[in-house]
Design a protein around this ligand. Structure first.
Ligand SMILES: [Zn+2]
Length: 232
């Protein structure tokens, strides 16, 4: 099992990448992704000048732990143009050194996030798998018919994260459970899914993917999990 969404002291997380990796091993995960915030005004985050060192650090850990767990490196990009000043000019060459990229607040009007169509254009420059982190699909895409949205996600090769963290819940339930009807329709489509806990301050969160995986099983979405794209 892969948890693709964990922050470290490289951005606003409390623990080092090594702490996260060791927590993932203890939790019995087969792979873990480090996904610190890329430059945003909202929280402490990685500047472009710090990206190379960050990637090298996580790559060294990946080698060190390679017989015990697969370690992936990515970043989380805030799609709010107000908070990420260079959102339209992302350093693609640096970002393309990563294993995956997460975008938060896409199509989220309240957060001033870019629309899916704008991300669509940006995505052409980006080589790694790109996903939407903890998106409130039911709210943000309320005006787009599922029969339109699903082919768009397939064509643009954007995966969706299932985030069980209470940080992103509504009415004490994870966001994906509010969009169950939509997710049920992803069975037998090419839309990828990832599990990500958005770990910040508790190492217990690293292994806390059970509800998200149960949701995958409830809707027969095992084949949508993007784990195999990483050879997991
Ligand atoms: Zn996050």
């Amino acid at each position: 099992m892969l948890n693709l969404h964990n922050h470290t002291t490289y951005s606003d997380g409390r623990f080092s990448p090594r702490d996260i990796v060791e927590a993932a091993i203890r939790a019995g995960l087969s792979a873990v992704g480090i996904s610190d915030h890329y430059r945003t005004k909202r929280v402490r985050s990685l500047l472009p000048s710090g990206i190379d060192e960050y990637v090298e650090h996580v790559r060294r850990l990946a080698i060190h732990y390679k017989n015990r767990i697969r370690v992936l490196v990515g970043v989380e990009i805030d799609a709010s143009a107000e908070r990420t000043e260079d959102i339209a000019y992302l350093p693609a060459a640096q970002l393309n050194k990563m294993d995956f990229l997460l975008f938060e607040n896409v199509q989220d009007d309240e957060a001033g996030g870019l629309g899916l169509w704008e991300l669509f254009d940006m995505r052409k420059e980006l080589e790694p798998p790109v996903g939407l982190a903890h998106n409130d699909i039911a709210r943000n895409f309320a005006e787009i018919d599922h029969s339109v949205l699903i082919p768009v996600l397939e064509t643009s090769d954007l995966f969706l994260e299932l985030c069980p963290s209470p940080r992103h819940g509504k009415l004490q339930r994870p966001l994906y459970r509010h969009s169950a009807e939509f997710f049920a329709r992803l069975k037998n489509t090419k839309v990828g899914l990832s599990l990500g806990t958005d770990t910040h301050d508790s190492l217990d969160d690293v292994g806390n993917v059970d509800d998200a995986y149960a949701f995958v099983q409830e809707h027969g979405l095992e084949k949508n999990l993007i784990d195999r794209r990483f050879g997991i």
